[in-house]
Every structure is written in C-alpha cells, then in structure tokens.
Design a protein around this ligand. Structure first.
Ligand SMILES: *Cc1c(COP(=O)(O)O)cnc(C)c1O
Length: 403
C-alpha cells in the first residue's frame, strides 16, 4: 500500500492535470480507516466520517465502500451523502444553529439527527412527539482542542445544549415523549490526548440513566494527526482501550453503541495541494516565493496558524535556502515564513502536505480566481474528480443589470 505519493507521481499529476490541483491518495484514506476498524471492535463502535472535511462525491463514495457511515453538518451535505450512495440509515446529521425546517427535511429523508438546542427540541416535540427518534448534542463544558477557534465543548461555546440545562431537557423529553436514542458530544479538533474523550464520557455517564431509549453514545471527532515530524498524535489503540474500558466499567453504558465522527483523521494526510512558482522576490527581510495559489485555496495557515509541510517536488536535491512562501492574491496570504526549502526556481512545483481536510472544502473564489481541480489516486491510477473552475463558474448565478 502506497501511503504517500512520491515526487514522481505528484509531478506527473501536475503535468496531466495542471496546477493548482488538489490530489487525494485513496490508499491513505483506506489505511486510516483500517487503523480505526482494527482498533475498534466494529460490533461495538460505529465510525461516521465527518464529511465537512472533504465532501467530494467520489471521496464520499469511496468512504462508503470502505464501510464507514457519514456525519453531516448541513442539509446539503446530507443530500450529497445520499447522492454518493449512502443509505439514509448510514447518514447522521449533527446540526447546529439551523432552522427547524432543515431538521424536518433531514428526518423526512430518513436520516438520524442530533439536535443541538432546546429551542429545536421543543419544536420537534410539539410537531412530532416521539415519531422520530433523535439524538441530542450536549455541551460538556470541557476545554479541549488545538486552539480556541476549533474548541467546541467549553462553557462559552455556541455548540450543544449546556449540560447544566439537563433538567429542562428532561422535562421536554417527558412532556412530548421524545425518544432520545443518542447522546452526542464533540469537544473540538486536534485532540491528542485520549483522556479528553474519557472526561467527556464521564459527563455523559451520569446522564445515561435518564434516557431509557438510549442506544448509543456519540463522542464526536477531532483525532489529532501529525502536521510535522514529531508532532504528538492521538494513539488510536490507547483511545480504544481507554474508551471501551470506561464503558465496560460502567454497567448502564455497557451495552450502548459507541460512535465516533473523525474527519481530519481519515482524509488530511491523504491530500496534497500542488502549486507552481510564479516568481521569486528578493527583499532585505526575506526571499519571497510567489505561487499560483493563496488563502483562497488553502486558508488553514492564515486562519488557524496551521503548519503545512512544503516540498519542492521538481528540485528535491537542490541546495537548502530559506524562503517565505506567499500567494498571488491581494491580501497577505503567507503560507510559510523563512521556511528551508531546496532551491526554488520559476516553474518549480511546491507541494503542500496534509491538504486533504478543510483544504478544498474551505476554498473560495476570492479575487475572482478559480478554485483548483481535484484528482484522486487509487492503486496507482489518477482520476479527475472535479474540474478547475472556469469563468463561467464565476458568472453562472449573477444577473447583470443596467442601473
Ligand atoms: C468538525 C466535526 C467533526 C470532525 O472533526 P475533525 O477534527 O475533522 O475530526 C466531527 N463531529 C462534529 C460534530 C464536527 O463538527
């Protein structure tokens, strides 16, 4: 199994499909999925791929083929998952901040929904009583995750029903005879410590006896992966032992299914963004390398201060120099400052690693530039799975009026 694409493969893809281009190595997605299914007993643990990391239909279809379920963040993601071939019973919609009508749409499509507010739970109860079993997303008031922007379980987070409102929740469930089959928490992203999940479980364990219809406990996603060598990552085997151990030790939880919703873990390392060098600009402060991309294609460095490994795939043996890698849009879009790279020349291909999750997915057409093409590689064969934008894509929905 080729977990990582070689320079030669990446250069060939750039030749065949042009740049900038996102490339996903499906073999790597498969490897990551197998890591999960090896560690977790599939009879007890269900994996829902958090689609928002990367929603390309071919990726969804592949993840389905691997045997995963899917977790969606919007009704459109639900529709994409169904279009990719997921049966509704394998689709979960963890909603937040949405209008009740969107919850109804998902329920009518046969999809299971995690409800994130008392407001919408009340509406569900009023309209449907116990007709549609649902889950509730709780906010455990735990601080976890790589940084505040990606932490979702703390006491000022908008996500979930705060656990201190449990009495109100129970009253509502009783009054409308709502069937709560799943308790959900997702505390954030980039969690490297398995004990964070155990902490979450402890919050949930106290609540389990209040929900006689409960079938599962959903611990969300957020498994940390490595962005650079030596990065601490989550140990899936340890996570499995700790979580299953905690469930075994707690009688009311023993027979519940355990759900996880990994996004980044499954697709981040599979992805590459291949760009090419437009020009080199020497200044007193640094040597800039301008590439044919920007935060319109990969926003994580500017938005999260994320580190992405970069290689010069067309001059890998060049003498190492320091460069600041920047984009071509009219906005500061620094990918890396003073990064040691093999000598960079016009036309060289700079490749960003770990670009599978929240890469293309967060891309925009800022500066009226095109979003990149997407290519998938499986067992050595590369296929286009999304064409590069064209001018037509930028104007398609516009209506030009004379005023
Ligand atoms: C974003 C999200 C995930 C996935 O997070 P990753 O860090 O990509 O694993 C899972 N569940 C929910 C509810 C989310 O919002």
């Amino acid at each position: 199994m080729s977990a990582q694409l070689t320079n030669e493969e990446l250069v060939q893809i750039a030749k065949d499909f042009g740049t900038p281009v996102y490339v996903y190595n499906a073999d790597k997605i498969e490897e990551q999925y197998k890591t999960l299914t090896t560690a977790f007993d599939p009879k007890r643990v269900k994996i829902f791929y958090a689609a928002k990391a990367l929603t390309n239909l071919s990726v969804l279809r592949f993840v389905k083929k691997l045997g995963a379920n899917v977790d969606c963040s919007s009704i459109n993601e639900v529709k994409l998952a169904l279009q990719a071939g997921f049966e509704p019973s394998r689709v979960l919609y963890t909603s937040n901040g949405i209008h009740f009508t969107e919850i109804e749409d998902a329920l009518l499509l046969g999809v299971f929904v995690n409800i994130d507010s008392l407001y919408n739970l009340q509406k569900l109860g009023e309209k449907y009583g116990g007709k549609y079993p649902v889950g509730v997303r709780l906010r455990p008031n735990i601080m976890a995750g790589g940084n505040l922007k990606i932490s979702t379980g703390h006491d000022k987070s908008k996500f979930g029903i705060p656990v201190e409102q449990i009495d109100q929740l129970l009253e509502m469930v009783k009054k409308y005879e709502i069937k709560i089959q799943n308790l959900h928490i997702h505390t954030g992203s980039d969690i490297k410590d398995a004990s964070v999940f155990v902490k979450g479980i402890e919050v949930l364990f106290d609540l389990i006896p209040h929900f006689p219809e409960l079938k599962s406990v959903d611990l969300g996603g957020g498994f940390k992966i490595a962005y650079k060598e030596g990065d601490p990552v989550i140990d899936i085997q340890e996570l499995s032992e700790k979580v299953l151990g905690a469930f075994d030790a707690h009688a009311p939880a023993k027979n519940l299914e355990i759900w996880f919703e990994p996004g980044k873990f499954l697709v981040s390392e599979s992805g590459y963004l291949i760009t090419s060098v437009n020009l080199i600009k020497e200044t007193a402060a640094t040597t800039f390398v301008s590439i044919n991309s920007g935060f319109n294609h990969l926003i994580r460095p500017m938005f999260y201060d994320a580190y992405h490994r970069i290689t010069n795939s067309t001059n890998p043996e060049g003498a190492i120099k320091e460069y600041s890698v920047v984009g071509n849009i009219c906005e500061t879009d620094t990918f890396a400052w003073d990064r040691p790279l093999p000598e960079v020349r016009e036309g060289d291909l700079l490749v960003f690693f770990n670009a599978g999750a929240y890469g293309y997915e967060m891309a925009s057409t800022f500066n009226s530039r095109f979003r990149p093409a997407e290519v998938i590689v499986y067992k050595g064969t590369a296929q286009l799975i999304r064409k590069r934008d064209t001018l037509d894509d930028l104007t398609r929905n516009q209506v030009m009026v004379d005023l």
